[in-house]
Design a protein around this ligand. Structure first.
Ligand SMILES: C[S@@+](CC[C@H](N)C(=O)[O-])C[C@H]1O[C@@H](n2cnc3c(N)ncnc32)[C@H](O)[C@@H]1O
Length: 210
């Protein structure tokens, strides 16, 4: 382990706040995932957004379409921004690792870039919880930056962090191991609009609880 001080997700996103949207905006893979949800969700679906960030675009677009969205985020600053920007959604300031929900109570769960500061074992545990929380037939939309890295020190928008991710095959295998049928994948290289943010691959895995 390096001795360098690195930011927890809470510290990182409390510091970045609205700067996240300035750097990343609406990446094409996120836009595609939201469009797919809007096309397939039954009316007035219950949607859980894990790591809801600024509330845009997931909570904003899905509530505008009449769905009931609950966002979870470990960053108090992100929760503050999301509540201000998307008053029609509900936001909870929690760490998903410590949060529980009633089983079979959600039509869809989104987790866009929210597992990068979880260990691999924690990601597996959270995927298992999502499988329990979804209704049968419910959808999972998972987006990440795929990479074979585990607790690796990196710079993210000028902040020192330690990140963990998976190769596409490994993540797909873990989604299946949690009890899902994988229904699709999509990958694209994204160029953030802010200096200091490097081009990165975005991977969407969509899955269904049988
Ligand atoms: C990279 S941002 C992405 C935000 C949003 N999903 C999007 O795509 O625009 C990741 C978000 O996940 C949140 N997050 C990270 N770890 C979390 C955890 N253990 N529990 C809840 N939220 C977490 C961060 O605070 C941050 O707001």
């Amino acid at each position: 382990m390096s001795e360098e001080a690195t930011a927890t997700a809470q510290e990182l996103f409390d510091a970045i706040g609205a700067g996240y949207d300035e750097a990343f905006g609406r990446p094409p893979v996120v836009v595609a995932a939201v469009r797919d949800l809007l096309a397939t969700l039954p009316p007035e679906s219950r949607v859980l957004d894990i790591g809801s960030g600024t509330g845009r675009p997931v909570a904003a677009d899905l509530t505008a379409a009449g769905h009931h969205v609950t966002g979870l985020d470990v960053s108090g600053e992100m929760i503050r921004i999301a509540r201000e920007q998307v008053p029609a959604a509900e936001f909870r300031h929690v760490d998903v690792r410590e949060w529980e929900s009633a089983p079979a109570s959600w039509d869809a769960v989104c987790a866009f870039f929210s597992f990068l500061q979880l260990s691999r074992a924690e990601t597996g545990t959270v995927l298992g919880k999502i499988a329990r929380w979804l209704k049968p037939g419910g959808q999972l939309a998972l987006i990440t930056v795929p990479a074979d890295i585990e607790d690796v020190p990196l710079d993210f928008l000028g902040h020192a962090v330690r990140l963990t991710s998976f190769t596409p095959d490994d993540l797909e295998r873990r989604v299946r191991a949690a009890g899902f049928e994988v229904t699709g994948t999509r990958s694209e290289i994204f160029e953030p609009g802010k200096p200091g943010a490097e081009a990165e691959e975005h991977l969407l895995i969509t899955a269904r609880k049988p």
